[in-house]
Design a protein around this ligand. Structure first.
Ligand SMILES: [Fe+2]
Length: 412
């Protein structure tokens, strides 16, 4: 039996006695009933985009990430494009709503937020976990009061029929799916007709040719972590809920005092390397927005959540440690991608001495997601330095404020 409580806790952010008590109780229970052993790695990440946006988004991902276009699953009102690196990292499903009048639950989650509503179909939906026994996992989770979409709802949502899907989290608005797959077998999505979409394929090939020509294909590695932003009062519940739904453990939390924020990390208990199953990070403000005028600090994290709703903020990709053409790899990657017309929110921050360097891209106009690049030096294990997170959070906040002003201008 796996023990989810063996890792020493990192970080300096204090948690409540309630969190500390239930962290132990939840993980002990999860281990004891066998869920920890049955729930394995993240097998896929699901993203939806606006009608007409998937080709451009896949072109962007083909340049900025190691993902390859594999196939498109065509169903009545959606295209679901499958992107893959290999079987040692999660797939990305890019789902395009073909008909702008389609109004499902994932759209509703955007519609009450001032910026989220401007791109109602664009959001990260959640991740699919590989499990060794789907029936048992679902029964055990139901007994723990986890709610699932029924088969009819999954069919209407045009999601793969071999998936058990948990209802969106009230804290993160993300979903978790489970499917059964022996490790040695390929991932099969039971949905629609499999086609190679000619325009997607053309965009993919073009982007990959550029990526190979400038040497990015050797430097950008799989997903390192996924960072979700939640309301300040939901921080502890969001972390513990994710540990309830997954086989992840609590790595620790860092207080980013100056930005009135904290970064909270959970990691796979089974796969120590993130490329196999990315870390899940939760970011929350230290204070809710209505005390900002008393606290007197900026509040970029809570602003983001108020503008978009709780949701995934960025997908971080690792950059290979080393140098290219006399530059550190991350600097070369960023300069090369900038030359292809993509913007970044700030310059590369951090240093070799501190252990890592990081940067945020501008949010994709197709998915609203930011890409983070992170290069670690030597055997550095962390996800950030405090100074880096403060700079990244601040830079994302500056762009946020601009978007809010634009949204207000178009709403009037
Ligand atoms: Fe990050």
């Amino acid at each position: 039996m796996t023990n989810s409580l063996t890792h020493p806790k990192q970080g300096d952010k204090e948690n409540s006695p309630w969190f500390n008590e239930f962290l132990i109780k939840l993980l002990e229970d999860r281990d004891r009933i066998g869920l920890t052993d049955m729930i394995r790695q993240i097998d896929a990440l699901m993203i939806t985009v606006e009608p007409g946006c998937s080709i451009a988004y896949i072109k962007e991902l083909s340049l900025m990430t190691p993902y390859h276009y594999l196939v498109t699953l065509e169903s009545e009102t959606h295209w679901t494009h499958i992107l893959r690196i290999d079987m040692r990292s999660p797939d990305i499903l890019v789902r395009e709503v073909r008909d702008p009048n389609v109004s499902g639950i994932f759209r509703s989650l955007n519609e009450v937020y001032p910026i989220g509503a401007h791109k109602p179909n664009s959001r990260y939906m959640g991740e699919i976990f590989r499990v060794t026994n789907l029936h048992e996992v679902v029964e055990l989770q139901r007994a723990r009061e986890i709610r699932f979409f029924n088969q009819d709802q999954i069919r209407k949502l045009e999601l793969p029929g071999n998936l058990a899907l948990v209802k969106p989290s009230p804290y993160t608005h993300n979903v978790v799916g489970y499917w059964e797959r022996p490790e040695s077998e390929l991932r099969i999505y039971a949905l629609g007709n499999s086609i190679i979409h000619n325009e997607v394929n053309k965009a993919y090939v073009e982007a990959k040719n550029i990526q190979a020509k400038v040497g990015l294909d050797q430097l950008i590695l799989p997903v390192d972590h996924l960072a979700t932003r939640v309301y300040s009062q939901n921080r502890e519940a969001a972390i513990l809920e994710y540990l309830t739904l997954s086989s992840y453990y609590y790595w620790g939390s860092y207080n980013i005092e100056d930005q009135n924020s904290s970064t909270n990390v959970t990691k796979s208990i089974h796969y120590p390397h993130e490329s196999y199953s990315p870390a899940k990070v939760f970011t929350a403000a230290n204070h809710p927005y209505f005390v900002n005028h008393i606290v007197g600090l900026p509040s970029p994290t809570e602003n983001f959540v108020r503008n978009y709703g709780p949701r995934l903020h960025h997908i971080a990709l690792s950059v290979a440690d080393g140098e290219t053409k006399g530059m550190e790899n991350i600097d070369y990657v960023v300069e090369t991608i900038r030359a292809q017309g993509k913007d970044f929110l700030l310059d590369v921050i951090g240093s070799k001495e501190e252990g890592l360097k990081q940067i945020f891209s501008s949010a994709s106009e197709h998915s609203s997601l930011i890409v983070e690049y992170v290069q670690r030096y030597g055997d550095f294990q962390g996800f950030f330095t405090k100074d880096n997170v403060a700079s990244l959070t601040m830079a994302a906040g500056v762009e946020e404020n601009l978007k809010m002003l634009q949204a207000e201008a178009t709403d009037q």
